[in-house]
Ligand binder design. Structure first.
Ligand SMILES: [Zn+2]
Length: 260
């Protein structure tokens, strides 16, 4: 049974980094848009209460798409995001005074300097996200004093993944929590790891808002369910119907299939 729980973002540019630095066979992963622990309450609670986890690591990252959505919604006042994204992802930062002030300040800066200032404000938001998720988990795990909780912001530039190129055919793989390597999961799904966003949770229902972000914001239409543990065809078929039903409102043009 896994000893460490890593909560990270679904971003495709983290796959190799997580495999090389954390995927040691004793680590369980949960991944969604922005390493959002609030949206994986059930999965985290189940993992902690199982008694087998002795450390939890929250890994946010720079240039995070989920934080760009938060920034766009609050600073640029873009109100076009769906209600689920607004309440579950943007909502966490609505009281973050710095971001509102940053919006006011950015308006006063000329175009030339604005890009750099915006980057600085986004970096601060990304750090804030890690702090917020980490303190939420500390609170959640306070009855388990042996569980060590820490957070870090992975700098994509430092790990040479900032401009990771592929052929642009992005896919999402959806998986119940597991300890498999991401390159193996992508191989099972016949997708390229550098093109594959990974949504991973104990409960597939917890990943629906993140799937919506992938489909509506990132325009990904290729969604595959991967089972790394031996599951019966029947269980996978039930998962497939479940995900299709929950995503029917937004995934009309997405191909959702079981990877075999
Ligand atoms: Zn991200």
């Amino acid at each position: 049974m896994a000893k460490r729980l890593v909560i990270s973002c679904m971003d495709r540019r983290l796959n190799r980094y997580l495999d090389e630095n954390y995927n040691d066979g004793n680590t369980l992963f949960l991944r969604n848009a922005g390493a959002n622990a609030h949206c994986m309450l059930q999965s985290i609670s189940d993992a902690v209460s199982s008694g087998s986890i002795d450390s939890i690591v929250v890994l946010g990252h720079t240039d995070c798409g989920a934080m760009k959505v938060v920034f766009d919604a609050i600073v640029n006042r873009n109100s076009s995001y769906c209600n689920d994204i607004k309440s579950k992802i943007v909502g966490l930062f609505e009281d973050y005074a710095y971001l509102k002030l940053a919006g006011e300040r950015l308006k006063l800066i000329d175009q030339e300097k604005r890009q750099k200032a915006e980057l600085g404000a986004r970096r601060r938001l990304e750090r804030r996200n890690v702090e917020l998720q980490t303190s939420f988990i500390r609170e959640l795990a306070k009855s388990y004093p042996h569980v060590k909780v820490e957070g870090a912001l992975v700098d994509l530039k430092r790990i040479n993944a900032l401009n990771l190129k592929g052929d642009g055919r992005h896919a999402v793989i959806l998986c119940r929590e597991c300890g498999s390597r991401f390159d193996q999961m992508c191989s099972m799904a016949h997708t390229d790891p550098s093109e594959t966003y990974v949504l991973e949770s104990r409960s597939l229902a917890e990943t629906i808002t993140d799937l919506q972000l992938a489909v509506e914001v990132l325009n990904i239409s290729d969604v595959r369910l991967v089972a790394t543990n031996p599951s019966s065809t029947e269980e996978l078929a039930i998962d497939l119907e479940f995900v299709k039903k929950l995503s029917s409102g937004f995934a009309k043009h997405a191909d959702i299939a079981i990877a075999r």
